[in-house]
Design a protein around this ligand. Structure first.
Ligand SMILES: *Cc1c(COP(=O)(O)O)cnc(C)c1O
Length: 226
């Protein structure tokens, strides 16, 4: 079952890449595994999926412990409380959800203490929604400046969770906004930001067409959550 589900998503990724004139290797499929039991993650791992992203620290720690014999590349994709940074910083390769200065400071402190350079993405509030985290587009430049001063933090790009829309096509403007923001920052700072983390079950194909390099797929891979 897991392998069929993975091939189904894989097929759709390949088609979207073809439409967009992109190579399949340019897009990383991350399994958004919140609420998915350990055993099920293991099945998907055996089928060839090796990058997973979790949202909640406690749940992540349990899964990390239970699956540490596998070479899973763990990302953190959810809202991160500063006081929990210390539990995850030695276990995740990429944090997608850097969304405020206090979190940046804590990450820098903890990364420095363990002599690690922590790679991060900046979450952008592309829809200007009050209920969502993320840096407002107009504050991105100033925030990036701060990140550049943090010696043990390396920013690799931007991430967004756009407002919900019925049709995936209606989400496209948010994805293209994120792409443009990234391009502007690259120009402004003279750096390369390799990643755009955008697109979920509902809209990952549109995200790929708009330049996503990491898509975060949950429901479509693992089935509905209870
Ligand atoms: C749950 C989640 C996803 C996956 O969403 P699906 O619609 O189930 O594919 C992606 N990104 C984040 C941040 C999530 O919390």
């Amino acid at each position: 079952m897991a392998c069929e589900s993975l091939s189904y998503v894989e097929e759709r990724i390949i088609k979207a890449c073809e439409r967009a004139g992109r190579k399949r290797e340019e897009v990383l499929l991350l399994g958004a595994s919140k609420g998915v039991p350990l055993e099920r993650i293991k099945e998907f791992y055996k089928c060839g999926l090796s990058t997973f992203g979790e949202n909640r620290v406690q749940e992540f720690l349990k899964k990390w412990e239970g699956l540490k014999d596998l070479s899973i590349d763990w990302h953190f994709i959810g809202r991160l409380q500063s006081n929990k940074v210390k539990y995850i910083i030695d276990k995740v390769s990429l944090i997608h959800s850097l969304d405020r200065e206090s979190l940046l400071e804590e990450l820098e402190k903890r990364a420095k203490a363990m002599n690690k350079v922590q790679e991060v993405l900046v979450e952008v509030n592309v829809g200007g929604e009050e209920t969502k985290g993320g840096i407002e587009p107009e504050n991105l430049r100033a925030f990036l400046e701060k990140i550049m001063q943090a010696e043990n933090i390396k920013v690799l790009g931007l991430m967004c969770i756009p407002p919900y829309r019925e049709g995936p096509e209606e989400v496209r403007p948010y994805f293209s906004l994120l792409r443009r923001l990234k391009k502007d920052l690259e120009k402004e700072f003279g750096v390369k930001l390799p990643h755009l983390s955008m697109g979920m079950s509902h809209d990952f194909e549109v995200a790929i067409e708009e330049g996503a390099t990491i898509i975060r797929v949950g429901t479509l891979l693992f089935g509905g959550r209870s």
